[in-house]
Design a protein around this ligand. Sequence first.
Ligand code: SF4
Ligand code: SF4
Length: 458
Amino acid sequence: MADTDTPRPAPPTMPDGGPPGFHLLAKPTGATCNIDCTYCFFLSKDALYPNEKTRMSAATLEAYISQLLESHRTPQVTVAWQGGEPTLMGLDFFRRSVELVEQHRRPGQTVQHTIQTNGLLLDDDWCAFFKERGFLVGLSVDGPRDLHDTYRVDRRGHGTFDLVMRGWQALRRHAVDFNILCTINAANQNHGRAVYRFLRDELGAAWMQFIPIVERATEETIAIANRGWSEQAGRQRLLYTQTGNLVTERTVGGEQYGRFLVDIFEEWIRHDVGRVYVQLFDVTLEAYFGRHLLCIHAPTCGYGPALEHNGDMYACDHFVEPRFRLGNIHETHMLELLASPAQRAFGEDKRDSLTAQCQRCEVRPLCHGGCPKDRFALSRDGDPGHNYLCAGLELFFTHTRPAMQAMARLLQQGRAPSELTAAVAAEDARRGPYAPCPCGSGKKFRFCHGNSAGAGSH
Ligand code: SF4
Ligand code: SF4
């Protein structure tokens, strides 16, 4: 549906049990992007709005900001921009969004502005603005040049590494807070430590987030899916939906996902606890205290909706498809959409559809079966709807358990988790350099995680 100037609906009250806050991802340019990453199925979502200019209007911007602020009962609210590529809206759009926040913010409400970008348009003007307004910028980088350029390409198929680095330099010049969003895919899946070291040492990233690439397809669509999601003349194109139990050749292997995470975890516990924040490590440690900060590994979900450029709200950024459209915020307040039976069912289905294997799994309190979008494999019992990434998830949560438990004990004693580093070093010394590396690679420790000088296997 198109933007409208209809009066703003009154905010409803979140029913009992609803969250005081939520994390909405707004997509002001819809799926429109200025590059053409091969694995990016979001590019295909412009098929949802054919013949529409996918740019958020002033009216939708105001409806979004005002409803978001009046919906929250928490003192902290996050205004999160995502894409497509949000910087295509131009700087004035974001200046206006900050003005609107100041206009609609309630006394005592603090607002964190975040934006996820491919970095291509970032220059001194953008970065001065981000710094002045305290934006947290997420920059998408998949590792060193050759790994990054495998899939993160422009419309002519050329790698974007140099252009992204130009944006990164602008962020650094202005000392903007940034985190790196790195996908784990078929190209970099065996190079965890090299990717991690590059982000830490070359980019100076103190905050990282790793996201598995899982692109689903069916027997009928796999050939087209393998060719990518961008629009090209004379080529058949699909609207990506979460269907099918095949995966594209760019998709990370289930077990490799876990091996990648273990690879960087073993580096992190030796050198970086308390210095580098890796999202999954942090949320896993929190899960030992029963707190689930990431929807993917929480028992239920449904509080991370996506907002399209025209005010359409969807159950989740990964389910921007017609059957998961909740409504439009110009017609129904976003809180009402979030509290709707359809959205509650979406979130609770995550818990209610666990396979028997998940239900009896030892690491279920940490994993909770992962994201429903990835549940299209068969379990060991032959049940459908099991997580495609299970082998990797089980490996990661099992492997990290002793170290996580040790860090949790330190926290309970009021001590810093980084004290673990000394214990790990003592254990390494006791074991010796020629014993098998504890990461499970099969290599000798000295030539694997005991080698802090090289860049690992890459
Ligand atoms: S579907 Fe997955 S990504 Fe979306 S809210 Fe649920 S767990 Fe999170
Ligand atoms: S590790 Fe596998 S079996 Fe265990 S909860 Fe996660 S997805 Fe289910």
